[in-house]
Design a protein around this ligand. Structure first.
Ligand code: FES
Length: 105
């Protein structure tokens, strides 16, 4: 399952993700910059904020209520904002593209 992370400057990195892990864990494991994940995936820091590529918004789905509350703490939130620790990697997401924000926190 391939995931592409694009940074704010437009540099993209394609990495191999394992089914069942999260988009955040995959980024950390592969040293993708721009995702800090201070809380380690507990949905309580919002430093794993990403923008889901428009074409993928539907496949990824909307945030859960708890995630939505946490997104209030992220900066520059958009309709396609998600916390990457709450996106689980599954086969349908092969080819997923997410963009990391300019700055986290
Ligand atoms: Fe903290 Fe996702 S890693 S909210």
């Amino acid at each position: 399952i391939k995931i592409t992370y694009m940074d704010a400057a437009g540099t993209s990195r394609e990495v191999e993700a394992e089914e069942g892990s999260t988009v955040m864990e995959t980024a950390i494991r592969n040293g993708v910059p721009g995702i800090d994940a201070e809380c380690g995936g507990a949905c309580s820091c919002a430093t794993c904020h990403v923008y889901v590529d428009e074409e993928w918004v539907e496949a990824v789905g909307p945030p859960q209520p708890m995630e939505e509350d946490m997104l209030d703490f992220a900066s520059d939130v958009r309709p396609n904002s998600r916390l990457s620790c709450q996106i689980r990697v599954r086969p349908e997401l092969d080819g997923l593209v997410v963009q990391t924000p300019k700055r986290q926190g």
